[in-house]
Design a protein around this ligand. Structure first.
Ligand SMILES: [Zn+2]
Length: 116
C-alpha cells in the first residue's frame, strides 16, 4: 500500500509517496477516526462497513475504476477501524496468510472449491 503525503509551503505543494504496511495503515486510521468511531460503537460502525461494501459492489458493477479505488479504500478503512475497536491488530490478523493458504499451506491455494 502506498501512502501519499503532501507538504505545503508558500509556493509549492510537495508530494511524497511511501510504502505503508497494514499495521501503519491501522495506526493512521486510529489517529484519524478511533475516537469518533469508538463513540459511535462497533455495531453501528459495522453497519457503515456493510453500506460501504454495497457502494463497492455498485462501483464494480458500473466498471468505474476511479470509483472502485475510492470504495476499496473506504471498505479497508472501515474494516481496520472495526478491528481496532475489537482490539484486533491487523498486522497479526493478516499474518495467518504469510505462509500461504492457512488450510492447505500452499501458494497458490490448492484447496478444492466447495459446491454451493
Ligand atoms: Zn488452500
Amino acid at each position: 500500500m502506498r501512502r501519499n503525503l503532501y507538504y505545503h509551503d508558500s509556493r509549492f505543494t510537495f508530494h511524497i509517496s511511501q510504502t505503508m504496511h497494514i499495521g501503519e495503515f491501522q495506526k493512521l486510521i486510529e489517529d484519524i477516526y478511533l475516537e469518533k468511531d469508538s463513540s459511535r460503537g462497533i455495531e453501528k460502525s459495522f453497519l457503515w462497513l456493510v453500506e460501504e461494501i454495497g457502494e463497492l459492489a455498485e462501483a464494480i458493477r458500473e466498471g468505474d475504476k476511479e470509483q472502485q479505488k475510492v470504495e476499496f479504500g473506504d471498505c479497508l478503512a472501515w474494516l481496520v477501524t472495526i478491528a481496532s475497536m475489537a482490539g484486533i491488530n491487523m498486522e497479526e490478523a493478516s499474518s495467518i496468510y504469510h505462509r500461504g493458504c492457512p488450510k492447505c499451506k500452499d501458494i497458490p491455494c490448492r484447496c478444492k472449491e466447495k459446491k454451493k
